[in-house]
Design a protein around this ligand. Sequence first.
Ligand SMILES: Cc1cc2nc3c(=O)[nH]c(=O)nc-3n(C[C@H](O)[C@H](O)[C@H](O)COP(=O)(O)OP(=O)(O)OC[C@H]3O[C@@H](n4cnc5c(N)ncnc54)[C@H](O)[C@@H]3O)c2cc1C
Ligand code: SF4
Length: 324
Amino acid sequence: MKTFAHFNASTIEEAVSHLARYQGKADLVAGGTDILGKMKDRILPVYPEALINLKSVPGLDVIEEEDGVLKVGALAILEDIAHHATVKAGYTALAEAARRTASPHLREMGTIGGNICQDIRCWYYRNPENRFPCLRKGGGRCYALEGDTRYHSIFGGSVAEGCIAVHPSDTAPALIALDARIKTSRRTLRAEDFFQVEVSRTTVLEDDEIVSEIQIPAPVDGTKSAFFKFALRKSIDFPIVNCAAMIRVSGDKVSGARICLNAVYVKPYRAVEAEEALIGKEINDANAEAAGVAAVSHATPLEDNGYMVQVAKIMVKRAVLACG
Ligand SMILES: Cc1cc2nc3c(=O)[nH]c(=O)nc-3n(C[C@H](O)[C@H](O)[C@H](O)COP(=O)(O)OP(=O)(O)OC[C@H]3O[C@@H](n4cnc5c(N)ncnc54)[C@H](O)[C@@H]3O)c2cc1C
Ligand code: SF4
């Protein structure tokens, strides 16, 4: 690994000032499960000159419900979120998404802030020693478009003829389905506005902006949420497709629905058509299946990933039925 400066920040403000001083040439490290792998494997043409450690900032790992809002600090580790009684009971989609992320060791290290800010996993991009200097790294070609698109976007790319790598986070769709807010050192954003379709960025964060907290409004009565993930292995595996849903039933009819897929597009994909298909309907097998079909109505699969459309349909169907 190349050498770099390392700072233990004691406050968010101190971390911001380090980032500002390095003008885009420094990066944050939380659990380190994503960024350190990238650096060790030398996948990038340019490396951060400094890492700013956020784990040294006290109080950023809080998980508590207060005044009808669940507050999850950016440094809360995934294992704690997965097993927190309040999260499991009221915010099931998030607990389940955290529980299904990676492996026990990675969940003990990985934070929710790092999970939503993690980089993409395209196998050309991640190849060691920057073997494929693709479009996303400032190069002139997308190797996936010319090669193997088995795990790439089924809803198009970030720019015309551009990057088709999917967003790999498990917790991101849960946060969008639960209508979370992401609080940063500068502003508070809706979770669905946090992720970005740009050739080399996954979020709208500025170079010197830090996620400090995630805020989720307590679901209203009659609401249930769920998360489903399809991966090749049960543990240590990124989603091929995942889906989170939050559905409110009044009487026996759906009165509100938020459904989000991930790993199918360059950012989490809110399946608005599936939501609309459910409103006013009962939750049953046929309606859940119709929601799955609606969710992929705009899919444009590539040569190798048509199967993901079918998987996405099933993930939506299962998430909807679990909210019944
Ligand atoms: C083998 C393996 C399997 C994995 N499987 C999964 C999986 O199944 N599902 C899944 O979703 N992920 C998976 N991951 C990805 C990832 O490691 C985890 O998602 C983890 O939660 C990342 O958190 P971290 O704290 O370790 O992030 P770090 O590596 O510390 O940071 C990741 C990125 O986020 C930035 N960052 C971190 N915190 C903040 C903050 N507060 N504000 C702004 N930027 C920040 C960092 O600068 C860095 O660019 C896997 C990783 C590995 C190595
Ligand atoms: S999909 Fe994106 S990350 Fe993968 S090779 Fe193409 S440009 Fe690079």
